[in-house]
Ligand binder design. Structure first.
Ligand SMILES: Cc1cn([C@H]2C[C@H](O)[C@@H](COP(=O)(O)OP(=O)(O)OP(=O)(O)O)O2)c(=O)[nH]c1=O
Length: 187
């Protein structure tokens, strides 16, 4: 089985390698604009599918291509990657002392078919002071991360509890990804 990961995220590469797969990596460019009235669930699943399908053009034709997308959702609102410092601090203020959901979708595209799976994890933050948020922003860690934090880094200091898949919050749900690959390649 030839496996190809359509992602430029080093975290996703490390998680897929942790599962024991050998794979190549491509980085397709897709338009990540949400559609009007698109739900967060529909959006994240569509992004994962589009990454996988766009990746097919860059991989060998008989490859299985894995795409994934992660979003943070609070009160029905989608928190993507922060545009700038003001945006990043606004996200941290919104997350402070409350719970939110991290949704990661994984899609696998093979010859003639594509299937996706969605993993939603609840994350509960402790209350954060303005100083803590500003200090955290200045570390540079939040800038490239959905929701403006990384649970696997200093952002983990703010996480009181999670309910669900830790690896999904980081970017690739280990169990569900292995199941999707095993199911589709066995058919
Ligand atoms: C909430 C959270 C997000 N993230 C990351 C995971 C994703 O890499 C990123 C969300 O952005 P994505 O657009 O899902 O992924 P990406 O642009 O990094 O990589 P690619 O599209 O090439 O696959 O935020 C963490 O690393 N830790 C966290 O706790």
């Amino acid at each position: 089985m030839k496996l190809c990961l359509a992602s430029s995220s080093p975290r996703r590469q490390a998680l897929l390698a942790q599962l024991g797969y050998r794979f190549s990596v491509v980085a397709p460019d897709i338009d990540e604009t949400p559609r009007p009235a698109e739900t967060p669930e529909a959006y994240v699943a569509r992004m994962a599918r589009e990454k996988a399908e766009a990746g097919r053009a860059l991989c060998e034709p008989d490859s299985w291509v894995l795409g994934s997308d992660t979003i943070v959702v609070q009160d029905g609102q989608l928190l993507g990657k922060p545009a700038d410092q003001a945006d990043g601090l606004a996200m941290l203020r919104a997350l402070s002392g409350r719970s939110h959901r991290v949704m990661t979708a994984v899609a696998l595209a093979g010859p003639g078919r594509c299937r996706d799976t969605l993993v939603s994890t609840k994350v509960i933050f402790c209350p954060l002071s303005e100083t803590q948020m500003l200090d955290y922003w200045r570390t540079g860690e939040p800038a490239d991360k959905a929701g403006g934090y990384g649970i696997q880094g200093l952002g983990g200091n703010f996480v009181r509890a999670i309910e669900g898949s830790y690896s999904a919050v980081v970017g690739l749900p280990l169990v569900e990804t292995r199941e999707l690959i095993e199911q589709m390649t066995a058919e």
